[in-house]
Design a protein around this ligand. Structure first.
Ligand SMILES: *Cc1c(COP(=O)(O)O)cnc(C)c1O
Length: 391
């Protein structure tokens, strides 16, 4: 605590990102980064965007396009949308933060209401719902903006019970597939949640950070933009549905910081109002060009995604064979449990062996660690350590 902090800053409990070690000696499986490089077209586009003879970056003198048209056009074209249905941001974390600010009401204490995890007293119907085990940034945004929330419990098999989100509330947000479990909810159930809340004017945010990894491992080729699990194709019929995507995971661009959301024009306009009250240029020239190039090169990413899915399935089967529990994953990570060690102990053993994974010290997740899928070579080292830990 500092005497210079105002009461809001004192009350914050910021998100703790996974470690980004500065020495390169370890095998880094802790932040769900992609082990493969981005499409070669990304760097070409970035060089072009910087501009100038001999790569002097002449165009960096100029502010970027505040409307982010280049990226929004690429997204609109790929998914057959209007540009007005697309919002671009500095990573999907920023898009999510804006969405909480734009669509979820600030809570006011009410006598006889429910008490949420952080002591908020509010009417139950005003709380935003997200699962009890999910992306740990959601409660951070909720507290930043003073939004009351409630966390319906995952079922015992760690799947989301979609009916627990069919209740009067102030909003809904969840990842599909969920994180850190990796488990997917069917499109039908996602849309049932959206339909339930549509008539009440309540926004439903689906965070599709990992949706590209839900495809079949057999590499069955699909039409550009026609993802089997995504509900992007349903925004036209569901005006309260906002779908959030990131370029950080399947597009191998975590270092660039680009994400987007698609939804009804009114939702997009709400996001723009928040952004333009905060920062007119959150997405820089290089990120706009690089992200747009990535969105346009779906063919390249189909190959890297197919490899990651195949590695995931191989590693998952090998772990189960050794006696580990691995939840069925539709993402680029596995949520796994050692049969005897606690999650914290297993995390430490892996760390001592030079492998960084993620451990969440919350009640029901504490026995597990989350392991990002790396290259086959990295995962073979990981499996060798896992085999040793079973002796
Ligand atoms: C990684 C992740 C994000 C954030 O992605 P950025 O675009 O890098 O900010 C959002 N939601 C979930 C569930 C994630 O795992």
């Amino acid at each position: 605590m500092s005497r210079f902090w105002n009461s809001r800053t004192r009350a914050l409990s910021p998100y703790m990102p996974g470690e980004q070690p500065q020495n390169r000696a370890c095998i880094k499986l802790n932040t769900n980064e992609n082990p493969y490089p981005p499409s070669p077209r990304v760097m070409e586009a970035i060089a072009r965007a910087a501009g100038g003879a001999g790569g002097c970056g002449e165009r960096l003198r100029l502010y970027p396009d505040p409307a982010c048209r280049e990226l929004r056009e690429a997204v609109a074209e790929r998914w057959g949308l209007k540009m007005e249905q697309v919002f671009a941001g500095n990573g999907s974390d920023e898009v999510l933060a804006f969405a909480f600010a734009a669509f979820f009401e600030t809570g006011s204490p009410i006598a006889g209401g429910v008490v949420s995890a952080d002591g908020f007293v509010t009417r139950r119907e005003a709380a935003v719902l997200f699962p009890d085990i999910t992306y740990s940034f959601y409660p951070v945004y909720a507290r930043l903006w003073g939004v009351p929330y409630e966390c319906p419990r995952l079922q015992d098999d760690f799947s989301i019970d979609y009916t627990s989100f069919l209740a009067p509330c102030g909003g809904v947000v969840f990842p599909n597939p969920n994180a850190p479990t990796g488990m997917a909810m069917s499109r039908e159930h996602v849309l049932a949640i959206a339909r339930y809340h549509a008539a009440r004017g309540v926004a439903v945010i689906v965070d599709e950070a990992y949706v590209d990894f839900a495809g079949a491992a057999d590499g069955a080729s699909r039409a550009c933009g026609a993802d089997p699990l995504s509900v992007i194709d349903s925004i036209e019929d569901h005006p309260n549905l906002l779908v959030v995507r990131t370029l950080s995971k399947s597009a191998s661009l975590a270092g660039l910081r680009a994400g987007f959301a698609v939804g009804n024009e009114e939702l997009v306009e709400g996001l723009c109002r928040v952004r333009d009250s905060f920062n007119s240029y959150p997405v820089d020239r290089l990120a706009l060009a690089g992200a747009a190039a990535a969105v346009r090169d779906a063919a390249y990413y189909e190959e890297t995604t197919r490899k990651i899915i195949a590695t995931r399935e191989r590693v998952s089967a090998a772990l189960v064979e050794k006696g580990y529990t691995a939840l069925p994953s539709s993402a680029n990570f596995l949520f796994i449990r050692h049969p005897a060690l606690t999650g914290a102990e297993f995390f430490t053993r892996l760390r001592e062996a030079g492998i960084l994974v993620r451990h969440f010290n919350t009640e029901r997740a504490a026995d597990f660690v989350r392991v990002s899928i790396g290259t086959d070579a990295d995962m073979d080292v990981f499996l060798a350590v896992c085999a040793k830990e079973m002796l």
